[in-house]
Ligand binder design. Structure first.
Ligand code: 3PG
Length: 216
């Protein structure tokens, strides 16, 4: 049994910015992973929104062992088991049903479960999760919502994701209750479609510089 809050916290702290990627093939996943590593990032979330996701996780783990590889868009117990079998380092979900919370608790992997509301956050805290993906962060009110959550939930740590870009990621990361900011801006679909991995590396390098600047 995991639900190791310290492990989830360590992953988010080490990552700082979490590129969220939907891959078309394992080969593409490896090319993206290499580009992110070249830019100085240390983690990737591969969403289960494409058939290639789990093969990509396996291939990325092999090609870039220094990269923490999470499986995202985990929605039910079957996804948890599939991510474990693929060798994922951690799990991320967009929201959390009671059944998914049980499956995450039963997993050996650290997880960052999703929540949008105070009641959903309270349910996760009751289960012992203290690191939560706030999704969809921008549509929920962005930084104003994150500040508002700090009062009632002083021990909660967030990974806001959804609608965040290079222009506002630093403002999110500067919030004391934010450990990591998630987003797909470093892996823009136009770049991936064009095979422009140099653009991915350049954006990842900007993200790395942003993390270092905010954290001093
Ligand atoms: C996710 O699954 O976390 C989001 O799709 C990422 O959001 P973004 O594409 O708005 O950055």
């Amino acid at each position: 049994m995991s639900n190791d809050a310290n492990a989830a916290r360590a992953i988010l702290t080490r990552s700082g910015i979490m590129p969220v990627v939907t891959v078309t093939s394992a080969e593409q996943g490896v090319a993206i992973a290499r580009a992110l590593v070249a830019g100085g990032l240390s983690a990737i979330e591969v969403t289960l929104r494409s058939a290639a996701a789990l093969d990509a996780v396996r291939a990325i783990k092999q090609a870039t062992p220094q990269l923490l590889v999470g499986v995202g868009t985990v929605c039910h117990a079957g996804h948890v088991r599939a991510a474990e079998a693929a060798g994922a380092d951690f799990l991320v979900s967009p929201g959390t049903t009671p059944a998914l919370a049980e499956a995450l608790l039963a997993s050996t992997l650290p997880s960052i479960p999703g929540a949008a509301t105070p009641s959903e956050i309270m349910a996760l805290l009751d289960h012992g999760f203290s690191c939560v993906k706030l999704f969809p962060a921008s549509a929920l009110g962005g930084i104003a919502r994150i500040k508002a959550l700090a009062g009632p939930f002083p021990d909660l740590r967030l990974c806001p994701t959804g609608g965040i870009g290079e222009h506002d990621a630093a403002d999110y990361l500067a919030q004391p209750n934010v450990l990591c900011v998630g987003g797909s801006w470093m892996v823009a679909s136009a770049w991936l479609a064009a095979g422009d991995y140099a653009a991915v590396t350049a954006s990842a390098a900007n993200a790395r510089a942003l993390i270092d600047r905010v954290r001093g």
